[in-house]
Design a protein around this ligand. Structure first.
Ligand code: COA
Length: 325
């Protein structure tokens, strides 16, 4: 089987910052509650920008990093659950901005695990098309689906984009393995019900809570830790590695307590864990490529390093990937 490589990495966040102090003015919460329960201090939020704007800026950076033009791309895979529109798909808006028709483009919705699902699809495209140059991008204008009167969810999320370019040509990191899993029976624990065919919008009916993120936080917490720990161990076993062999661990940046519990379960050295949740909150699908790109920019990754990625999200979905730099 051909080897698959990441050629370029990039990320983008919107300029506007919403701090915990700002949220104190909006709902009955406090910086102290948010910090101790989640580790989040601030998040970046869109004003006029859409999902495809975030994806576009991140993609330009990844393309530049790879030394490629948009017209070199053979496929665009966008992970998101907050596309600009449902039809056309979010990737079409991105492709239009990149100016690279007729490159095929489509969306993947696996909530916060979206990037790893898209990476697996991108890997498949590279394996069946040895000349492929696949843009795997994740972007969420997530605050467009956050209920800013619900204190139990509105403090958690932020907006961002992150991208990588995949190909079979040797590049900065080899994608050694990817594992993705799901359990649809747990979908109701983290959901946006409104607007789908089960809850279609009706002309003249008001938009209510079901059009925004709804979550059973405690249940999600439990499953997130267990599923991410299990899939990391499964992936490490497949690669004949132990957690001691990992140079940098990049978990989904949802909540510092989830990251700490996971680090402990995996018996990882805390110095090997990359954390930026304090600055961005949970940016869903964008969380992993944003963290990967920042870790690289901050020179936390050296040549030869083994980097383990893991994510968990609505569905439930979860996944892990091992990169060799
Ligand atoms: N500010 C102040 N109080 C808040 C609050 C906020 N922003 N949000 C909830 N509370 C209150 C609740 O109303 C509740 O009050 P009560 O005891 O008077 O009823 C109390 O805090 C405890 O609520 P609970 O939901 O049990 O808190 P928790 O310890 O489980 O923490 C989360 C809540 C959301 C931080 C936590 O469950 C969590 O991190 N879950 C995982 C979420 C996540 O990361 N999801 C995405 C995964 S992809």
């Amino acid at each position: 089987m051909s080897k698959i490589y990441i050629q370029g990495i990039g990320h983008y966040v919107p300029a506007k910052i919403l701090s915990n102090q700002d949220l104190e003015q909006m709902v009955d919460t406090s910086d102290e509650w948010i910090t101790t329960r989640t580790g989040i201090k601030k998040r970046h939020v869109v004003e006029k920008e859409t999902c495809s704007d975030l994806a576009y800026q991140a993609s330009l950076k990844a393309l530049e990093d790879a030394g490629l033009k948009a017209t070199d791309l053979t496929h665009i895979v966008l992970a998101t659950f907050t596309p600009d529109t449902y039809v056309p798909n979010g990737a079409s808006h991105l492709q239009k901005k990149l100016g690279c028709a007729p490159t095929p483009c489509f969306d993947i919705n696996a909530a916060c695990t979206g990037f790893l699902y898209a990476l697996e699809v991108g890997r498949g495209l590279c394996l069946t098309n040895p000349k492929a140059k696949v843009l795997v991008v994740a972007a969420e204008a997530l605050t467009s689906r956050v209920n800013f009167t619900d204190r139990s969810t509105c403090v958690l999320f932020g907006d961002a984009g992150g991208a990588v370019i995949l190909s079979t040509e040797p590049g900065k990191a080899e994608v050694k393995n990817i594992l993705i899993q799901a359990d649809g029976s747990l979908g109701d624990l983290l959901t946006i019900k409104g607007g789908g065919s089960a809850y279609p919008p009706k002309l003249g009916e008001p938009i209510d809570e079901k059009y925004f993120v709804e979550m059973q936080g405690r249940e999600v917490f439990k499953y997130a830790v267990r599923s991410m720990a299990d899939i990391c161990l499964e992936l490490l076993a497949k690669e004949n590695l132990s957690s001691k062999d990992i140079d940098l661990f990049i978990p989904h940046q949802a909540n510092i307590r989830i990251i700490e519990a996971l680090t402990k379960k995996l018996n990882l050295d805390v110095d090997k864990v990359f954390i930026n949740v304090q600055n961005y909150g949970n940016t869903s699908a964008a969380s992993i490529p944003l963290a990967l790109s920042e870790a690289f920019e901050q020179k936390k990754i050296k040549k030869g390093d083994k980097v383990l990625l893991v994510a968990f999200g609505g569905g439930f979905t979860w996944g892990a990937s091992l990169l060799q730099f």
